[in-house]
Design a protein around this ligand. Structure first.
Ligand code: G6P
Length: 612
């Protein structure tokens, strides 16, 4: 939530920051702003997307070789021009951009008001910049010292960059529980919420750790200290990102591009980790921990949103293939409910961004209680990737559409590999079944490709559903979580109310909603439960509901009774989610486009949820 970009060096800061903000728009897009320094200080802020900010700055003085920028997802204070960042100190000397939440801001605000501070906005961020100003004035401190001192009084999460008009040759950045990356260029420094605004300028980066403060100077020097003033030698690493993967590449929306990338991203998730011919599967991240993981008493899987759905599929996979008991928890619930955690638990965190605040906090809790933490993460170097004891990246590349697609299938692929490896180690899968599964899994990217060929048919069906106000998604077994994910995709981007249910639960409530206006999307690919699903379809049809069934190819029985069917290629039952989710992603996409929605940036949502 919220994206930060900053630059100091020899180049013009405006284009660097604006282009960077465009890359970070997935983190929030209700207002944007920029502050530029070049002798004088110019600040431009606008409600709406970065495009609005660009239009607003046309013809204005945007010169300057240092500056800070921000794209916002509002927490405190409505999205408008005034509440947009950067925020300015009372004396006009300091400007600051912030991602996170200052939890004790109202206490600090009251204390500052007593000192005579007057606030122009409703934001917690303005309180922080006034606090830094107060500390700086009181003790006559250089900006980096004032930031450090002020942050010792702050409770909450922050990534900030601060600029001091009277000390124009440096920028100060700091982080706690919200990400901040520093790029070291040939002629300047960059700071950003992730590497995407930096990669086109430099690949040399430092990921700041929690409670670290960095000073970068126009002269080329930099320094990192902890909040308790200990000097650190930061680890400079290579940013592993390709610019091409951050462009739309001819597609109308990133979401459509990302859906279509899945044959490649699933293959990338498996690359070097599976060989059906030689009969092995191996996740490098488990190498030093196989004994510990395979003898875990229990797996606890933590995630939010789509990642939580991937976790639900993993519950079926681990129990089915590795015979390990699994609990799947919403990270936000887990962290606040005094859960029982022991050092015999393995906690698996699933996160695309690696920055989700609830998942991070839940992991910290598990760590304090002695559990071993394993991460299934997309964003390399992210906070969750660094907090976990071990883990595997899904290698899906940047996912920019707010609705997760390729990250979901990447997560499910990794969790499948993990279940297969652990099952093999524990002797819970027979040799024959293991080899069959490996072959089937290797064939999945090709079958996903085949699924994508149903696009036109799905588009047609989308046209039949687009005016609905509600939709019901049903699935059983491995495909119950897919029903949840299908419903989430639809509501996220098309704003149609949708619910996912285990198919058999329909008769315990949702059936009351079914009439001719209610499309019911049934994932009916589990051969073992086909008879039962057919009964569910009959029950919907008897109440005049419209049925779209996702079936395995050649399933004529369901095709005869459903209004529409989409076929998935035959595969082993544990892998059906990787295929059945594809038409559901496309269906939501087309419905949203037909309803005129902004697919990549749905209202009120953001991709990287770094606040509670
Ligand atoms: C947000 C995103 C979802 C994502 C969820 C968890 O709600 O819009 O797409 O599934 O956060 O994010 P994570 O990065 O932890 O997977």
């Amino acid at each position: 939530m919220c994206g930060i970009v900053a630059y100091i060096g020899e180049q013009d800061a405006y284009p660097i920051i604006i282009n960077g903000l465009k890359r970070l728009e997935y983190r929030g897009y209700d207002s944007a702003g920029i502050a530029l320094q070049n002798g004088s200080l110019n600040i431009f802020k606008k409600k709406g997307k970065v495009k609005e900010l660009i239009d607003y700055t046309q013809g204005k003085n945007t010169s300057g070789t240092s500056g800070i920028g921000h794209t916002r997802w509002a927490t405190h204070g409505k999205p408008d021009d005034v509440n947009a960042h950067p925020h300015v100190s009372g004396n006009g000397r300091l400007t600051l951009v912030h991602n996170g939440i200052i939890e004790n801001y109202s206490l600090i605000k009251k204390a500052l008001e007593k000192e005579g501070h007057v606030f122009a906005t409703e934001t917690d961020t303005e309180v922080l910049v006034h606090l830094i100003e107060e500390v700086q004035k009181r003790d006559n401190l250089p900006i980096e010292e004032a930031v450090r001192e002020a942050l010792t009084n702050v409770v909450g999460a922050y990534a900030i960059v601060v600029m001091d008009r009277e000390d124009p040759d440096k920028l100060v950045g700091a982080r706690k529980a919200s990400p901040l990356v520093i790029g070291i260029g040939d002629d300047g420094f960059f700071m950003a919420s992730d590497g995407t605004p930096i990669v086109e300028h430099t690949k040399k980066v430092i990921y700041l750790d929690d409670e670290q403060i960095a000073v970068v100077k126009r002269s080329g020097e930099y320094e990192v200290r902890s909040i308790d003033n200990v000097l650190h030698t930061p680890f400079v690493q290579e940013l592993n990102m390709e610019i091409g993967r951050m462009e739309k590449g001819g597609y109308d929306y990133f979401m459509l591009k990302e859906i279509n990338e899945q044959p490649t991203t699933i293959a990338d998730a498996m690359r070097g980790r599976l060989n059906a011919k030689e009969g092995w599967v191996r996740l490098g991240g488990m190498d030093d921990h196989v004994e510990l993981i395979k003898s875990a008493e229990r797996f606890i899987i933590l995630g939010c949103g789509t990642s939580w759905h991937a976790g639900l599929i993993a519950e079926y996979l681990f129990e089915d293939l590795a015979r390990i008991p699994v609990e799947v928890e919403y990270a936000s619930e887990f962290r606040y409910r005094n859960p029982v955690i022991t050092n015999r638990d393995v906690v698996i965190a699933i996160s695309q961004s690696g920055e989700t605040a609830d998942t991070y906090a839940a992991l910290e809790l598990a760590k304090q209680n002695g559990a071993f933490l394993y991460g299934i993460v997309n964003a390399v170097g992210s906070s969750i990737a660094r907090l976990t004891d071990a883990g595997s990246y899904i290698h899906a590349g940047p996912e920019i559409g707010v609705a997760s697609t390729k990250a979901f299938t990447g997560q499910v692929t990794l969790l499948t590999l993990m279940a297969l490896q652990i099952g093999r180690e524990r002797g819970t899968i027979s040799d024959e079944y293991f080899l069959t599964l490996l072959k089937e899994l290797e064939a999945i990217p090709g079958k996903v490709e085949q699924m994508l060929a149903s696009n036109e048919k799905i588009k047609y069906i989308a046209g039949e559903i687009k005016h609905s106000t509600n939709a019901l998604y049903l699935g059983r077994g491995y495909n119950f979580p897919v029903a949840l994910e299908g419903a989430l995709k639809l509501k996220e981007i098309s704003y149609i109310h949708a619910e996912g249910y285990p198919a058999a639960e329909m008769k315990h409530g949702p059936i009351a909603l079914i009439d001719e206006n209610m499309p019911v999307i049934i994932i009916a690919t589990n051969k073992s439960l086909n008879d039962k699903i057919i009964s569910n379809i009959q029950e919907v049809k008897a109440r005049k509901g419209m049925v779209l069934a996702i079936v395995t190819e050649g399933d004529d029985e369901i095709s005869k009774i459903a209004d529409y069917t989409i076929e998935i290629p035959e595969t082993a039952e544990p892998f059906t989610p990787l295929l059945s989710v594809i038409p559901l992603q496309l269906l939501s996409y087309h419905i949203a486009v037909m309803r005129g929605c902004n697919v990549d940036q749905p209202r009120n949502l953001a991709k990287s949820v770094t606040v509670e």
